[in-house]
Design a protein around this ligand. Structure first.
Ligand SMILES: Cc1cc2nc3c(=O)[nH]c(=O)nc-3n(C[C@H](O)[C@H](O)[C@H](O)COP(=O)(O)OP(=O)(O)OC[C@H]3O[C@@H](n4cnc5c(N)ncnc54)[C@H](O)[C@@H]3O)c2cc1C
Length: 480
């Protein structure tokens, strides 16, 4: 043990730093994804750690789902704390540098079907001059959203703890009673009457022993990761006038034919622009397959590869893209963009058929309206399972997707809720993660008020409170 040599365990990760993406065998990948050992603690074990004062609702993760849950619970008077590993709220929208939120409206329509904190946050950004919001989407400066979320958290009275990682789940008699948080302070026990798992990857419910699924049902593979990056020195008007399609496939094909670019991607997935910072572009173009979001080694490999791809893009943009001749890399995102991790097995599982069939649910908490957006799991581009709807498309999201089959005291929110791989392709976007978080935050408080578990929450009361807080729950709530 110890000594001056790398342990066997770390050799593959170290080698992976220089390994091109996509080399892990499918079999190894599948085995790793499904091998999960819950590391839950009992209350007695947790009490041996330093214990902080209890809260009513603890939200693990401060992304679109987490801040929505935290704001909603605090607004109902619950003592609420959001625990976040990064140094800002917003998740992929801020730390992940994806400065574009969509879709608030029904597909290809101006009819808005999403409200609540995720709508409000983008509104605050626009009001303060850091971006634009329409009934469909929002484009913004990342620092503007960080500021808006810090301010909204203060106004709601929600506690926020940054630089803190939720590492273990404390379970007593099948009920989550708190979490263990790792930070500079060491490992501390945070007791909570209700926990919302908004980590994106279901870290809390997995540690608590709740069943979950991972990846495509046929291959076990998850959607690829993307490290977002921001470039400056762009003449966006010239670029827009020059390009013949948004994806610019022919440009990347030529660069690859000329040996100027490795074939990690064949189409632009997002060139995000806001008029408040007109010479900057947020770029969704790096593409790292076969990475498991629940393993630090894979996150490390994916980030290093993503950074390499981002650096390689700059000379390609300068040489091949009009309006980008003088562009330069400002930074890559502090947090890699994960599209898919664990999916809870909940009391209800949203399926592709529910999405495509625009299903309505008695326990609806809001709407989803994005196309089934599945990036290729084994190469560049998109999967055949991608599905594009007709204009006006929207389906309802049931509350049951946030409630574990068996574990009590906990709700899931955001992209780690209960659905199949294809339904997640639509449900994973930020407005819908916001809807899920909003509902989880309200339900956590209602379940405490009524002395019941989240699975027995009064649905009519939940829906009424969501509407009171600006949520759009059913077709009759849609006004614009
Ligand atoms: C490249 C890319 C492009 C996308 N494009 C779009 C788009 O165009 N429009 C759109 O609306 N959506 C888009 N999405 C989807 C969307 O950004 C995410 O699915 C969404 O942000 C998920 O929200 P979430 O709150 O569930 O998780 P996240 O946004 O991932 O937030 C989770 C938060 O939890 C924190 N966390 C994780 N684990 C722990 C832990 N154990 N302890 C403490 N904190 C923890 C993380 O730091 C993070 O802040 C895109 C995603 C990616 C990756």
């Amino acid at each position: 043990m110890g000594g001056d040599r790398l342990s066997r365990e770390y050799i593959p990760a170290a080698l992976a730093f220089s390994r091109p993406s996509g080399e892990l065998s499918l079999r190894r990948q599948r085995l790793r994804l499904h091998k999960e050992i819950p590391l839950m603690l009992t209350l007695r074990q947790a009490r041996r750690l330093e214990t902080v004062p209890a809260v009513d609702v603890l939200v693990a993760g401060g992304g679109p789902a987490g801040f929505s849950a935290g704001f909603a619970a605090a607004r109902l008077g619950a003592k609420t704390l959001i625990v976040e590993q990064c140094n800002c709220l917003g998740g992929i929208a801020t730390a992940g540098e994806h400065a574009h939120i969509c879709l608030y409206s029904a597909w290809a329509s101006a009819r808005r079907v999403v409200g609540g904190p995720i709508w409000e946050a983008a509104g605050r950004v626009a009001e303060t001059g850091y971006g634009v919001r329409t009934n469909g989407d929002a484009d913004f400066e990342i620092e503007g959203l960080k500021l808006a979320l810090d301010r909204l958290a203060e106004e709601c009275g929600v506690g926020v703890l940054y630089y803190s990682f939720v590492a273990d789940t404390v379970v007593e008699d099948g009920r989550v009673v708190g979490v263990v948080v790792q930070s500079k302070d060491g490992r501390r026990f945070f007791p909570a009457a209700r926990v919302v798992d908004a980590t994106g990857d279901g870290d809390v419910y997995a540690r608590g022993g709740a069943p979950f699924d991972v990846g495509d049902e046929e291959t076990g593979l998850c959607q690829p990761m993307t490290l977002m990056f921001t470039v400056g020195g762009v003449n966006y008007a010239a670029l827009k006038a020059w390009r013949t399609s948004y994806q610019m496939r022919e440009v990347w094909a030529e660069a690859q034919r000329n040996g100027d670019m490795r074939p990690f991607q064949d189409q632009v997935m997002g060139f995000w622009w806001t008029p408040t910072r007109p010479d900057h572009l947020g770029i969704n173009f790096t593409h790292i397959t076969r990475a498991d979001a629940t393993r630090a080694e894979d996150l490390t490999r994916a980030t290093i590869e993503g950074r390499r791809q981002a650096q390689e893009c700059i000379p390609v943009f300068r040489k091949y893209v009009r309006g980008m001749e003088k562009c330069f890399l400002i930074h890559t995102a502090p947090l890699i963009g994960t599209r898919e991790g664990r999916r809870l097995r909940g009391v209800c599982r949203l399926s592709r058929a529910d999405v495509v069939g625009q299903r309505r649910f008695a326990d609806a908490i809001g709407f989803g309206s994005f196309f089934i957006d599945i990036h290729a799991t084994q190469g560049p581009g998109m999967e055949d399972k991608t599905w594009r709807p007709e204009a006006g498309f929207c389906y309802q999201i049931p509350y049951g997707v946030t409630v574990p089959e068996s574990l009590d005291g906990l709700l899931a929110a955001g992209r780690c809720v209960s659905c199949d791989h294809e339904a997640l392709g639509s449900l994973r976007v930020m407005p819908q993660c916001g809807v899920l978080g909003h509902a989880a935050g309200v339900a956590a408080v209602l379940s405490l008020r009524d002395g019941v578990q989240p699975r027995a929450v009064d649905i009519a009361a939940l829906q009424a409170e969501l509407r009171r807080q600006g949520g759009i729950v059913s077709d009759t709530d849609v006004t614009a």
